[in-house]
Design a protein around this ligand. Structure first.
Ligand code: G3P
Length: 237
């Protein structure tokens, strides 16, 4: 696919920024990413991470954090968490509980689990107090502007309409927005997600200044997740 350079010239001539580089694999609530199957998938991710030397972070359901933390040495993050403290909060997810289960961080405000900026701020504070990392998902630069003040560890750009597509990715459809997002929030590592499915998606995202990717469908639902993840991971090389 030919990608327009827009106001930034030819994106292919940009060099990827070196530094923290990572792959967040979001297990969502896919059957292949739940329970015993989640452990199998986590082992596959660990194999790829060891082989390629790339950092792979497993983004798991709260109920699987303990299991995955036992099964592999990769960092496990929660898909969401609440701002509550110990007490009477039936059904909520306590930050202390995910930490105790082995989580190293949490993503927040995913398109499938939106939060108000106010709630995001409160939760990020709770995570910081517990030395847990945070990644805030944004659907746009405007949303990033509302959330960056909470000083998360990562910001993610994920256009909701491309999530789940294995044909059109954020990299191929929105290169200029990725570049603008990265430039706007240059103090934070930016990762990108939605429809990422090829080594070209990874290479272009890195050239545009992203430090990593968030991926689900291409890996979790793949017939051969090891092959798919390895292809993406090798593109970081
Ligand atoms: O959190 C990652 C996710 O929303 C991207 O999903 O299926 O487009 O890779 P997918």
């Amino acid at each position: 696919m030919v990608i327009s350079g827009g106001g930034f010239g030819d994106f292919r001539s940009l060099r990827p920024a070196r530094g923290v580089e990572m792959i967040f694999v979001n297990f969502k609530t896919y059957q292949q990413g739940t329970g015993a199957k989640a452990s199998k998938l986590a082992e596959i991710c660990e194999k790829v991470s060891k082989k390629t030397g790339e950092t792979v972070i497993l983004v798991a359901q709260a109920s699987d954090i303990f299991r995955l933390s036992r099964a592999v040495s990769l960092p496990v993050w929660a898909q969401d968490v609440d701002e509550i403290n110990y007490g009477s909060h039936t059904g909520w997810i306590l930050p202390e509980a995910i930490k105790d289960s082995g989580a190293k961080g949490a993503i927040l405000n995913h398109s499938e689990k939106r939060r108000s900026p106010e709630a995001v701020g409160k939760i990020v504070r709770r995570l910081k107090d517990l030395n847990l990392k945070s990644l805030l998902c944004c659907q746009s630069i405007d949303e990033g502007q509302k959330l960056v003040k909470f000083q998360p560890d990562f910001l993610a750009y994920e256009p909701a309409e491309l999530i789940g597509s294995c044909e059109v990715s954020v990299a191929s459809a929105k290169p200029e927005t990725i570049r603008n997002f990265v430039l706007k929030f240059s103090r934070l590592p930016v990762v990108v997600g939605a429809g990422i499915h090829s080594p070209e998606d990874v290479k272009l995202s890195l050239r545009l200044g992203a430090k990593g990717i968030l991926v689900a469908t291409d890996v979790v639902l793949a017939r051969n997740p090891q092959k798919e993840l390895a292809e993406l991971a090798q593109a970081f090389g």
